[in-house]
Design a protein around this ligand. Structure first.
Ligand SMILES: [Zn+2]
Length: 98
């Protein structure tokens, strides 16, 4: 039982508090991606992402290329607490897809 038990987060991730990968990991957020083109959702290994991009990197307003069935669409990052399966998109100015 750490002081940063993620279960206390019932509100969306905050751009200021959970800006970097390190902050999100410490707060117990799970990360995933969601493709804006095909809707495919995939889990993200946050430790692997930190190894790749560093603790100071931010998943906000970033996207990766969707590799699902050669979709090549934009997959954005999303976050959820460890318990609740409620995902929040990590975009500050989300606009609906074209
Ligand atoms: Zn896709």
């Amino acid at each position: 039982m750490g002081a940063r038990n993620p279960e206390r987060y019932s509100s969306p991730p905050d751009w200021h508090t959970h800006r970097t990968l390190g902050q999100m990991k410490d707060a117990g957020w799970r990360l995933g991606t969601w493709c804006t083109n095909c809707g495919n959702a995939a889990p993200v290994d946050i430790d692997q992402l930190i190894e790749l991009r560093g603790r100071e990197a931010s998943p906000w307003d970033r996207y990766i290329v969707c590799g699902y069935r050669n979709c090549r669409g934009r997959a954005i990052f999303k976050a959820a607490t460890s318990r609740a399966d409620l995902w929040y998109r990590l975009t500050r100015n989300w606009t609906r897809g074209v």
